[in-house]
Design a protein around this ligand. Structure first.
Ligand code: F6P
Length: 540
């Protein structure tokens, strides 16, 4: 059934390859007809080559792939993560007042509520000084974690800086000692709280960093364990590490690492902004869930965002997608989305064990505007590769005294999407060289280099202001987008087998470095590099 639907999408895309996006605006209702509003956010996808036929083929593809059924299965706790035999219930974490949700016949909501209350009490006591370090009130919190146990809170704490009224937060993820050393260099162990965040509590980077911080603290704090907390599904391991049970915040294995910011992995965020703001963040996520769960696909923001992604990657053949937040505080959003999208959908084999007939998700990358404009936007405008762009922009900033900055930001954001679409042809470019003292040949040569081909697609997400609620909506929007894309492509968005092999080889290579025996490396190139690296470290 999907084969026919795919065929229709691909032939619509073929027809669109020669279509002028700007030309589609001859229909002066286009912007309204190719945009939608959900929960205060406007999603404009009119600057794409989609026409009514193409859009309809995409929606039919989503129907044929069973998106609506899959959506229901996710929300009701079915084990949709088949390769790990788990549900994917991150939506339950942000809907604490919602109806019962059953996994293996057990309602998971009471446990979630209890953990949330414990998090709230803990965060409150850290913020008001009742939980203190040996040297007094906690001034700094270090979250030690990596991947989903780092990117979510690190991104959100930065995004919500205007609401940050708790202790300073730091995030150490890299096993590179530089990350830890640079963070610790400005901190006082006596007033620092360490949260070790790891779903499995086995991740080598996190456990190595956690042990080193423990030693750092033990040099000046009598009982370091009193200044440690843990977030994990593995309670025996947190106990073995010496973290008291009352400081351990658990979550179930049906919360995927990259979907985990809504629960205890968000503890550092809750300490930073307070439980009330954190609650607003959850409400934002839940609002997007309600929209996603109940809205017809053609008016459904996550579904349309996913379908446009499929249109660009599978249909038009564009290999990458740029995420461009015109919101400086979303500077970690591209990195967050790289994990969310590429760890979820960067796959080539489907749930049926067969090679995916239409491939997996695209490469996702990006950087905040306007900085990106002065770096890689050259390629976006004039390079050979077409990169569909996703712009994010707020109506208002948080700095009333700097509204001029925000107006410039908005003008730049909209200018870029217009320039990408409209471009500037040779004729117009030539007209910019009036009466120049150059030969016609030279003028043309110069002008050709200044031509903008245009017809480059983009979508824009506009929202009122980057509040906790809006951030929750944005993250949930992207989560559901990834889900819909995964369902349509026929893959499991909730496992990540592709990260395992490198971890295994690193484990076997570690003794090569620890014992300085490069000849034990299996492969010629690895041996050469290991010899060079071990020798250099001896020489210096
Ligand atoms: O290596 C990938 C991964 O398993 C991610 O999926 C996860 O977010 C990250 O590592 C951290 O895992 P953990 O929370 O178990 O330390």
């Amino acid at each position: 059934m999907t084969a026919k639907a795919w065929k229709a999408v691909l032939s619509a895309a073929e027809a669109a390859k020669s279509r002028s996006i700007a030309g589609l605006f001859e229909d002066d209702t286009r912007a309204e007809r190719y945009s939608l509003v959900a929960s205060d956010m406007l999603f404009d996808y009119s600057k794409t080559a989609l026409d009514d036929t193409a859009r309809e083929t995409l929606i039919q593809l989503a129907h044929a792939a069973g998106v609506e059924d899959a959506r229901r299965s996710m929300f009701t706790g079915e084990k949709i993560n088949a390769s790990e035999n788990r549900a994917a219930l991150h939506t339950a974490l942000r809907n604490l007042n919602g109806p019962p949700v059953f996994v293996d016949g057990v309602d998971v909501m009471p446990d979630l509520r209890e953990t949330f209350e414990r998090m709230k009490a803990f965060a409150k006591m850290v913020r008001d000084g009742r939980i203190a370090g040996q040297g007094g009130a906690i001034t700094d919190v270090i979250n030690i974690g990596i991947g989903g146990s780092d990117l979510g809170p690190a991104m959100a704490v930065r995004a919500l800086t205007p609401y940050h009224d708790g202790p300073r937060c730091h995030f150490v993820s890299n096993v590179d000692g530089a990350d830890l050393a640079d963070t610790l260099s400005n901190l006082a162990p006596e007033t620092t709280l360490v949260i070790v965040s790891s779903k499995t509590f086995t991740t080598i980077e996190t456990m190595t960093n956690a042990s080193s911080v423990q030693k750092w603290m033990a040099r000046s704090v009598t009982d370091p364990s009193a200044q440690f907390a843990a977030v994990s599904t593995a309670k025996e391991r947190t106990a073995a590490f010496g973290i008291p049970t009352e400081r351990v915040f658990g979550f179930a294995d049906w919360v995927g690492g990259r979907y985990s910011i809504w629960g205890p992995i968000g503890l550092s965020l809750m300490i930073a902004i307070g439980a009330e703001r954190f609650g607003e963040f959850l409400e934002g996520g839940a609002r997007m869930d309600a929209h996603f769960a109940t809205t017809a696909l053609d008016r459904n923001m996550p579904a349309m965002l996913a379908l446009i992604g499929i249109w660009h990657h599978q249909g038009m053949g564009y290999p990458t997608r740029a995420v461009l937040p015109y919101e400086h505080r979303l500077s970690r959003l591209p990195a967050y989305l790289q994990q969310l999208e590429m760890e979820s959908n960067g796959k080539s084999v489907g749930v049926d064990g067969e090679a995916l007939s239409h491939g997996g998700g695209p490469i996702v990358w990006g950087e905040p505007g306007t900085n990106g404009q002065h770096a890689f936007f050259q390629l976006l405008h004039q390079g050979n590769q077409i990169v569909p762009c996703e712009f994010l922009i707020a109506s208002r900033g948080h700095e009333p005294e700097l509204t001029r900055h925000h107006e410039l930001l908005q003008a730049n954001c909209l200018a870029q999407s217009e320039a990408l679409m409209c471009g500037r042809d040779l004729e117009e470019t030539l007209s910019l060289f009036p009466g120049h003292e150059m030969t016609d040949d030279d003028i043309e040569k110069q002008a050709r280099q200044r031509v903008f081909p245009g017809n480059r697609p983009s979508v824009t997400l506009a929202y009122p202001k980057l509040t906790p609620r809006i951030l929750g909506q944005i993250i949930a929007l992207y989560e559901h987008r990834v889900f819909v894309e995964g369902v349509i492509l026929g893959l499991n968005s909730f496992d990540q087998w592709g990260v395992e092999l490198g971890k295994e080889i690193a484990k076997s290579l570690f003794p090569v470095f620890e014992e300085r025996e490069p000849t034990r490396a299996q492969n010629g190139s690895t041996r050469l590099l290991a010899s060079f690296l071990t020798k250099q470290s001896e020489d210096i």
